[in-house]
Design a protein around this ligand. Sequence first.
Ligand SMILES: [Zn+2]
Length: 450
Amino acid sequence: MKVTFLGAAHEVTGSCHFIETKSEKILFDCGMFQGGQFNEEKNHEDFGFDPASLDAVVVSHAHLDHTGRIPKLVRDGFRGPIYGTDGTLELAALIWKDAYHIMKYNNKKTGDPVLYTEEDVQRAMLQCHAQPYRKPFSIGSATVVLKDAGHIFGSSFIELTADGKTIGFSGDMGNEHVPILQDSEKLSPVDLLICESTYGDRLHENEKMRKDILLDLVKEGVARGGTIMMPAFSLERTQEILYMLDEMAEEDKTLPRFPIFLDSPLAIDALPTYTKYTEYYDVDAKEKHMAGNDFFKFKQLTITRTVEESKTINTAPTPKMIIAGSGMMNGGRIMHHAMRYLSDPKSTLIIVGYQAQGTLGRKLYEGATHVRIFHEDIAVHCTIKAIGALSAHGDQQKMLDWIGSAGVAPKKICFVHGEESAATVLAQKAQEQYGVKTVVPAFGESVEVE
Ligand SMILES: [Zn+2]
């Protein structure tokens, strides 16, 4: 067996790994490259293989940087099955439709080309075949199992056995004890592990402090009296934050009652999927659900689905909070709020997720004093805060523990889905701890499974 790395190599986005067994060609993920542009030029290039020759695609989870190029794969001739959990495939369809609308909007505004049509999205949806966790299924001579990665709703890591060897692919590995989701499962013994390394060089704040840190930042933001902007990934981060805000409102009666706007059509559209597959909930979320507590509905929360509803946020009195996508501020409604409130010294920006190089979110995180949004120069005067513990990804310790969870270390590990520095640090740590061979593959590099 051989793996060729065709995305998320020395970077976080564009996850795409091409597996060749003796008789099958299988793709793990087919995500969009994302940086300064919502739809980077690289997405338009050829895949590096013939999509028509692929036997199947297996998707780890719905996030755009793992599924965003699938409709393009279909446009370019792929007609085989797309496998993932029911949660993943249902959310991926929402992601594709949302991405199409953002690309269409950007095309009108800036002339950026659109990557696929609505028909390609429809066709991709027809090629989806859901698979439950832990139940092996076949792709020709290969056997595949999906296990819970605890990263987002329906997320999995993948184990594929063929030609007498097993490859593991972490997908994105969840943080510890996140709200709503169950913890990630243990890895099986594998010959080759393809492992993410987003936070390979960092440790998050203690997860037990997560809610307290959020509560403090929200209280400070409210005290400043302006608008609290929270750019959040529409899938998972947004729902977890709503869950925590609902809990905070119940538990802390001293918290002022300020309005919270959920201004993300994709996050709003994803809510029914969350309430449909309650078997994915962890114990606490299940208990709340059984007791009739709908944690996505509470008094302070206003859902603004339409553009007209969204515009009413502008005139709502402060303090107020807006949760909007995209999570890395390279598109979506958060851009309009950023144009309005970044220059307001009373306002606050709370960054809750990974910010890729080149994105507006990264520039602000690194302290930019001036930014450009839709060709306008904006001075930054608001307060900017970041919380690592709210990240959807495990940190260095979590990744090392998960690698060791099989009991037997993998024979070789290829570190992907991380900036080169983060991937290299995690590779060194894994080598020291488990005496395992490690590789940080470059784009286009192939590795044989030994
Ligand atoms: Zn992800």
